[in-house]
Design a protein around this ligand. Structure first.
Ligand code: ANZ
Length: 446
């Protein structure tokens, strides 16, 4: 590539050339990671991932095509793995509001980022479980449809599932759900699966009315509270589910130009704006008016409150492959998880010929993996996952400002050269590289 660029006669200052795969570059990156770790911007969590059972690796959402791995064609599964995360969601609101300052950015990119961050206004409502003191907390953006609620649906990982730990039918149901993948799109398009619990909840505004509680495959645990009230007449997923399980469909919004008696819900939910019907004190209001009124009532009754949610998830940065930048963490035999001492950086990759032909995991190299804790002399092993390579591209523009500096970068150089005048890259970077790099700048500032 370099030869070709030279032949093209491009006027490039090769003094500033960097190689992100070289320890000269990634030693700074490992240090940055440890600084983020110190400041609480990095954490480790067990989380569901897209798992390709043939290639034995995690796949990003973009690498799952129609539920199958892009390389192997294998059915992707939901699997729980311990992963390292950057706390990018801490910056959701700032990443959204400061889009306005990016006056030279293409509108298309800004809109994509806005949608990806996905700010949702709505409210939380607590539903009381019948015959117990327990409550189920749900998140909704359509509290105006509360009188059309006909069931509650929970994620299979909702805490209430503990009641079904030993139930064989529930375990089988959960296994079936694992085959659906983890993306919102996959869940929306998948066949709707439910498991009926023995619980009923009380409707907060209709006396004596009780709603059945299901576990359902289309409810995500890591959005809102992992629980919803279903209003089949006005949400397509809820409607598909209701038809599958014989649940009531109660229309509570009608188009303004159609008479109430003539309005019927068939196989399509009505999701447009309209006039509220069948809803006691909300009747006759518009959707927006009804939202405000019902939230006031909910807050008055102390059964919930206004709530803003974001779609943006934390950035999972662990990859199960040998060729990335090693994550500078050790696991000590006494169970402690420790950052590698700064003097010991960089943690380099092992130099092994033909590596990757039989295994693609550092986990298979015992003499690299096994180490000792320099403080205590106790045995330890290294983190064998490597960083997502988007980490490298999250800060190269800082490094270009002074590419031979001992430390990662210097404020003075950055203030002189940045921001970037022109960026050339495909639209596929809109919600990846171009979002991660904005997060990075803000995190480094903090
Ligand atoms: C009742 C309702 C009635 C809803 C209706 C929609 C239409 P956004 O934020 O735009 O995605 N929801 C909430 N948490 C969920 C979860 N963890 N997994 C799956 N779905 C979830 O939309 C929020 C809506 O998505 C919420 O509003 C909830 O369904 C559902 F006529 O509540 B709604």
């Amino acid at each position: 590539m370099k030869k070709q660029l030279k032949k093209l006669g491009l006027s490039i200052d090769w003094e500033r050339e960097i190689s992100t795969c070289s320890p000269d570059y990634y030693k700074h990156q490992q240090k940055l990671f440890l600084e983020f770790y110190d400041k609480g911007l990095v954490y480790r969590k067990e989380n569901y991932v897209n798992w390709d059972p043939v290639d034995q690796t995690v796949l990003a959402n973009e690498q799952v095509i129609d539920g199958k791995g892009w390389r192997s064609g294998a059915q992707v599964e939901r699997k729980k793995l311990n992963q390292w995360f950057f706390n990018i969601s801490k910056f959701s609101n700032e990443l959204l509001s400061s889009l306005d300052e990016l006056v030279s950015w293409p509108n298309k990119v800004k809109i994509m980022q806005k949608n990806w961050i996905g700010k949702s206004f709505g409210c939380e409502i607590n539903f009381e479980i019948d015959n117990t003191k327990e409550k189920i907390n749900i998140f909704t953006t359509r509290p105006d449809t509360i009188f059309g609620a006909s069931f509650i649906a929970l994620s299979v990982d909702h805490p209430l599932s503990n009641n079904y730990k030993d139930d064989k039918n529930f375990q089988k149901f959960k296994k079936d759900c694992d085959k659906t993948g983890t993306t919102e799109e996959a869940l929306a398009n998948a066949e709707k699966l439910g498991f009926k619990t023995g619980f009923l909840v009380k409707h907060p505004f209709i006396q004596e009315k009780k709603l059945p509680v299901y576990f359902a495959n289309f409810v995500l645990m890591d959005y809102g509270s992992g629980a919803i009230f279903g209003c089949p007449a006005h949400d397509q997923r809820d409607l598909d589910f209701a038809h599958e399980y014989g649940i009531d469909v109660i229309p509570v919004v009608k188009p303004s130009n159609v008479k109430e008696n003539n309005f019927k819900i068939g196989s399509e939910a009505f999701t447009d704006d309209g006039i509220i019907i069948n809803s006691s004190f909300l009747n006759g209001l518009s959707v927006e008016e009804a939202k405000l009124k019902i939230i006031t009532e909910i807050e008055k009754k102390s059964i919930g409150r206004k709530k803003t949610n974001y779609k943006l998830r934390d950035w999972g940065i662990s990859r199960q492959r040998f060729w990335g930048c090693p994550i500078p963490i050790i696991y000590r035999e006494d169970g402690e998880i420790l950052a590698v001492e700064e003097e010991e950086l960089p943690v380099k990759l092992p130099d092994i010929k033909n590596f990757g032909e039989t295994s693609t995991s550092l986990n298979d190299i015992p003499n690299w993996k096994e180490t000792v804790c320099s403080k205590t002399g106790m045995k330890a092993y290294r983190e064998t996952d490597t960083f997502d390579t988007f980490f490298e591209s999250s800060w190269y523009y800082f490094r270009y400002c002074n590419a031979r500096l001992d430390k990662a970068f210097e404020k003075e150089d950055i203030n002189y050269w940045l921001p970037v005048d022109q960026y050339i890259g495909g639209i596929e970077h809109a919600i990846l590289h171009l979002l991660y790099s904005r997060f990075f700048t803000k995190a480094l500032r903090d």
